[in-house]
Design a protein around this ligand. Structure first.
Ligand SMILES: Cc1cc2nc3c(=O)[nH]c(=O)nc-3n(C[C@H](O)[C@H](O)[C@H](O)COP(=O)(O)OP(=O)(O)OC[C@H]3O[C@@H](n4cnc5c(N)ncnc54)[C@H](O)[C@@H]3O)c2cc1C
Ligand code: FES
Ligand code: FES
Length: 495
């Protein structure tokens, strides 16, 4: 079947078609510079401030699932087959404010107004997703929206006003929009050759729809940039001004969007967003769910993927230490063949992963908890929300009859890769799970890591806090439930 060279998306009920767009033009730039829709603002251009928040709707059977995202780091072609909603879309045909906007007026939720369109869009998405959102969920929905002058009290009041009122609807009617999205759902590869209007550079973009198609394209273009959620790749363009010659987008590959339950393990496809993985993994390991909730913001988690968090090889990615501590394996695909490795073996050294030419990450397989297994995850960062870890400590401990029979301890932020604390593990395995054993593990950990000092933390702080996290895990796995220090989420810790 011939590939398509045209992206199609819905905006304000109208179909927009663009033939061979510049593949790495951001949605934000297109809105502001081409469409003159300047309600969506640019603050940081790196996914941190939320001024550029828009909502993307994706077909979900006979409904549409709406999610807030950062337009500043998403490329235009990812809109293909979707609905885009911007702050301008909310205005009623008679010019009346949308209830979310009216609530912001009523509660005095805006002063200079720069953050306001982004906040309105985050609240719009929250209202669509969860009418029963409580205080924590409201704060979570706003954690990716920086307001420098109003203060969050009135904005939270606006959220409560909206959530307490009848459901809001955007223009056009749901059924008409579902029908429209169904009509232009793509069944063949998107293949674009676009030009950067400023530099004149020509770029290619492929978006296959099946894993076989993806395998073929990746083998044909082994030097292409694989694009998943773009929460890293987007910044290469907006912050480092890199020209990506060939991009292969995996977000349209149906097999990579799947979460499959195999009885003793669940497989998370490489294209599954943090938002979709969070509940599934959190149901197995509450602390893992909470750790994922501490990644970025709602907007970042709606785009970013677990696969990207692994594939990028970062030593401070949050999901790899947690997944390694529960013994996850990684499935890599090249051509028609797959190979499976333990996740820890993927990380060879700083910037070096076990990923061969023409290969890509297909899925991660996460074993379910075994009897007597305890899992704990703790993220230390300068801010609670929307911050990268200084140290992330994860513990998979099996304790039978008071004895540690298996220990998998893995840290992020302590070495050039996510790295297991093998000396600490050896020091506690086979021993009674006592304070003395935990202290022996802490001492042994000094042989496991020689951390760096950087802007996030000094080497001394990192080592001391890593050791103390083992003690925290000991206290939490041996004391009564009352001593468990819960973070904001009821279900898990990760704080
Ligand atoms: C504001 C902000 C906050 C953030 N906060 C956190 C945080 O708290 N914790 C954290 O861990 N990270 C954080 N990040 C980093 C980022 O969200 C993660 O690294 C994310 O998981 C990357 O996934 P992605 O899907 O967006 O990947 P992309 O940006 O699309 O890709 C990342 C890299 O992986 C490669 N890649 C992606 N998928 C595949 C695949 N299937 N096969 C092979 N290669 C692939 C890409 O080529 C690229 O090199 C944050 C980022 C931003 C912008
Ligand atoms: S402009 Fe700051 S998050 Fe997009
Ligand atoms: S109202 Fe000024 S930044 Fe929020």
């Amino acid at each position: 079947m011939a590939a398509s060279n045209t992206i199609r998306f819905l905006l304000d009920g109208n179909l927009h078609e663009i033939e061979n767009p510049d593949p790495t033009e951001t949605i934000l730039n297109h809105l502001r510079y081409t469409m003159a829709r300047t309600g969506t603002k640019e603050g940081c251009a790196e996914g941190d401030c939320g001024a550029c928040t828009v909502v993307i709707g994706e077909l979900d059977d006979d409904s549409i699932r709406y999610r807030a995202v950062n337009a500043c780091i998403l490329f235009m072609p990812v809109l293909d087959g979707k609905e885009l909603i911007t702050v301008e879309s909310l205005r009623a045909s008679d010019g009346a404010l949308h209830p979310v906007q009216q609530a912001m007026v009523d509660t005095h939720g805006s002063q200079c107004g720069f953050c306001t369109p982004g906040i309105v869009m985050s609240l719009f998405a929250l209202d669509k997703k969860n009418k029963n959102a409580d205080g924590n969920a409201i704060e979570d929905a706003l954690a990716g929206n920086l307001c420098r002058c109003t203060g969050y009290g009135p904005i939270i009041d606006a959220a409560k006003q909206i959530l307490g009122s009848a459901a809001t609807e955007n223009s056009g009617g749901l059924k008409a929009r579902v029908d429209a999205l169904k009509k232009f759902a793509r069944h063949q590869t998107l293949e674009l050759v676009g030009r950067n209007a400023l530099t004149g550079t020509t770029k290619k973009y492929y978006a296959p729809v099946s894993i076989d198609g993806l395998a073929e394209v990746v083998e044909q273009h082994p030097n292409a940039t694989i694009l998943a959620g773009g929460t890293d790749v987007g910044l290469w363009v907006t912050k480092q001004h890199r020209e990506l010659e060939t991009v292969i987008y995996i977000g349209g590959v149906s097999e990579l969007q799947e979460i499959e339950d195999h009885g003793d393990a669940i497989d998370i496809g490489a294209g599954v967003s943090y938002t979709d993985a969070m509940d599934k993994l959190g149901a197995l390991y509450p602390d893992m769910g909470e750790l994922i909730r501490r990644i970025g913001s709602v907007q970042i988690r709606n785009s970013g993927t677990i696969g990207g968090n692994i594939a990028n090889g970062s030593p401070i990615g949050d999901s790899p230490p947690a997944l390694i501590a529960v013994g996850a394996t990684l499935v890599l695909r090249k051509g028609s063949s797959e190979r499976t490795i333990s996740l820890e073996d993927y990380f060879i050294d700083y910037g070096k992963q076990d990923l061969r030419t023409g290969e890509f990450v297909a899925r991660v397989s996460v074993p379910k908890p075994k009897a007597n297994q305890h899992f704990r995850a703790y993220k230390l960062s300068k801010r609670f929300d929307q911050d990268i870890s200084a140290v992330c400590g994860c513990f998979g401990l099996t304790i039978e009859g008071g004895i540690v029979t298996d220990a998998r301890i893995c840290y992020g932020g302590m070495a050039a890769t996510p790295k297991r604390a093998s000396h600490a593990e050896a020091a506690i395995t086979g021993k009674p799970w006592s304070e003395e054993t935990a202290r022996a593990g802490m001492k042994a950990m000094e042989q496991d890591y020689i951390p760096l000092s950087d802007m996030r933390a000094s080497a001394d702080y990192r080592l001391m806090s890593a050791k103390n996290l083992l003690m925290k895990a000991f206290v939490e796995t041996t004391s009564s439930a009352q001593t468990r220090v819960l973070a904001r989420g009821e279900a898990g810790n990760a704080g």
